[in-house]
Ligand binder design. Structure first.
Ligand code: IMP
Ligand code: MG
Length: 369
């Protein structure tokens, strides 16, 4: 079973595996086989959703029976419209017959009620209902639902015949809609706080895209893209690349990663103006920053860590204590206003950046979920 899937604009998670479906159908079939000995029931499948359940159920029915289909629709997107739309009629008489309606899912029961009443008018001997899925909390009708594969909650499901705006019917398993709130994390930390390591862990854990503006720059410069050339023209002149160019770069990357479950912004925003520009950009896409996490590590500890890293890696900027302290100060002066900016939106969380890598990662996970 695939971990998470996307259909149209929504995400779904595994809910009922095909194996479990098989087992549930086997049980329903046993009940029906027992109750309809010598009755030659007529199974009426309600299209479109019931086609897989209908087929798999019928394969397990070992008494004499007939089949027919009805076509109705009352759903639009993930909401019932409350109004049953089309009904394509039956091509055979049901008078004196024992009818078993086969539904994929009974939700409010509006569809079922309508079908039941329509069929009732044609004087069948009996009508019973079998459905793979039943949402008892949503059910508003009195008609008993006789043969049920699974009772489920009110969440929207897809797969094994069930669709979301016509897609997903062909999935072998049943999926449940995810809370599709994106996690868009701005991760802050002074040099040496372990931001790189934590970005990697958090990215894996929440299936996020890691956006490092540094990496993006290197990519555009190396590949001499239009953006790369533009950025280079500023850099060659000894100037900082203007925010607007950086924002455009992020914009095109966000578009490229459209299906993403969220992003970790690393190295951006660094100033209030950039934070505001990023908010505007995300808003245009209907997204927003969900959290700003700052890793907090005692300065003396950081200096120690960086000096050690300098010795091991040979990185020049990690070898001189006064250079290190200056970077700390730049970080402090730059980020303090950003912490306030996100705190005012209720989005800032400080996370103690000492302890094991796993402990810190756990704390970040708690902070953002
Ligand atoms: P009801 O009339 O509210 O009982 O809705 C019945 C119909 O709505 C079903 O036959 C399905 O086509 C559709 N439906 C209800 N719940 C779901 C769901 O969770 N996923 C997909 N379709 C659903
Ligand atoms: Mg249906």
């Amino acid at each position: 079973m695939k971990k998470q899937i996307k259909i149209h604009d929504k995400f779904f998670e595994p809910f009922i595996s095909n194996q479990e479906i098989e087992r549930a159908i086997a049980k329903v079939a046993i009940d029906i086989n027992k109750q309809y000995q010598n009755k030659k029931p007529l199974f009426i499948g309600i299209l479109n959703g019931s086609f897989l359940f209908f087929a798999d159920l019928l394969k397990k029915i070992d008494i004499e029976c007939e089949v027919a289909f009805l076509r109705v629709s009352s759903y639009q997107g993930t909401q019932t419209t409350g109004e049953v739309k089309k009904i394509l009629g039956l091509d055979k008489s049901i008078e004196n017959r024992d009818i078993i309606i086969v539904e994929d899912i009974v939700d409010t029961g509006i569809t079922l009620d309508r079908i039941f009443n329509d069929l009732q008018k044609e004087n069948p001997n009996s009508i019973k209902i079998s459905t793979l899925l039943f949402k008892p909390k949503a059910y508003t009708k009195k008609i008993p639902v006789d043969f049920v594969g699974f009772e489920v909650g009110n969440e929207f499901l897809v797969g094994y015949g069930l669709d979301y705006n016509e897609l997903g019917r062909n999935l072998n398993d049943i999926y449940i809609i995810s809370e599709n709130k994106m996690i868009n994390l701005v991760l802050f930390g002074p040099p040496g706080a372990g931001k790189g390591t934590q970005s990697e862990l958090i990215k894996k854990r929440f299936d996020l895209v890691h956006l490092s503006t540094g990496d993006m720059f290197r990519y555009h410069l190396k590949n001499e893209t239009e953006l790369g050339k533009l950025a280079k023209s500023y850099m060659d002149g000894g100037n900082l690349v203007p925010d607007e160019v950086v924002i455009n770069m992020i914009d095109s990357r966000l578009d490229y990663e459209k299906g993403a479950k969220g992003f970790i912004f690393d190295g951006f925003p660094r100033t209030l103006d950039q934070a505001k520009a990023l908010d505007e950009l995300l808003e245009k896409k209907g997204w927003e920053i969900s959290n700003m996490v700052s890793l907090e590590v005692d300065q003396e500890e950081l200096v120690k860590r960086l000096l050690l890293r300098g010795k091991e890696s040979g990185r020049k900027d990690d070898q001189d204590e006064s250079v290190i302290r200056n970077r700390m100060n730049v970080y402090e002066t730059q980020t303090a206003p950003l912490k306030n900016y996100y705190a005012n939106q209720g989005k800032h969380k400080s996370v103690e950046g000492t302890g094991s890598i796993e402990e810190i990662s756990e704390k970040i996970a708690v902070a953002i979920s």
